[in-house]
Design a protein around this ligand. Structure first.
Ligand code: VGL
Ligand code: ZN
Length: 212
């Protein structure tokens, strides 16, 4: 089979959209464009990630006595931002956003399922108690499908999209991030984030620049 290009749709879930428990500003603005890419025939492989936490997850402020959301603590030797409860397994906020054509997606990688460890990236967990970042299996899945290039969109630009893009480069995939089909939790860092990603080898494009 010829080298394939894969679409990766990151964490488009109600909890990250307006009205959700960890809403990303303007998160809903990406929906029509993401819908178009999901419907496109330009991607022989399409995958999605789904943030999928147990209620006792270590990234929830509610699971740390006296802690408030958006505080940073040390967890397994690394900084960890504490979040409001979000994407709790089986809750409506954790679903794949119901208005998108998920039937088009070949595989869904659920992440953040280990209560002890966060997982921003679709490829590997954040650092765990063992000091390593255990893989989710996504890189192997894509390699077995002859994928050489990944095109990434979704939420949030400055967390799960960023980490997924960085790990995609590190795993050896040509990596494109569709900037206008992402939004940040903290847009004030966007300029810096953009340069940092480009420096690491992530190609950043607007949706209109994607060759169909
Ligand atoms: C995300 C914070 C916590 C994301 C997930 O999808 O960017 N951010 N969990
Ligand atoms: Zn999460």
């Amino acid at each position: 089979m010829a080298a394939a290009r894969a679409l990766i749709v990151v964490d488009v879930q109600p909890d990250f959209l307006p009205g959700g428990s960890l809403p990303v500003g303007e998160g809903d603005a990406i929906i029509p464009g993401v819908w178009e890419l999901m419907e496109s025939n330009a991607f022989p492989v399409k995958v999605a990630t789904q943030d999928w936490h147990p209620p006792e997850h270590a990234s929830f402020a509610s699971n740390h006595d006296g802690a408030e959301p958006l505080e940073t603590i040390r967890l397994h030797g690394h900084d960890q931002i504490l979040w409001p409860d979000h994407c709790v397994q089986g809750t409506p906020g954790a679903e794949l956003y119901p208005q998108l054509p998920w039937t088009r997606v070949d595989a869904v990688i659920r992440k953040g399922t280990d209560p002890r460890v966060d997982s921003y990236s679709g490829f590997r967990n954040n650092w765990g108690p063992g000091g390593d970042r255990p893989p989710t299996g996504l890189a192997g899945y894509l390699r077995e499908r002859d994928v050489e290039e990944v095109v990434i969109c979704g939420l949030a630009r400055d967390f799960c999209v960023q980490w997924t893009a960085e790990d995609a480069v590190e795993a050896g995939f040509r990596t494109t991030l569709v900037w206008d089909l992402t939004r940040s939790v903290d847009p004030s860092g966007d300029d810096e984030l953009r340069s940092a990603l480009e420096e690491q080898g992530v190609r950043i494009v607007e949706k209109a620049e994607l060759t169909p």
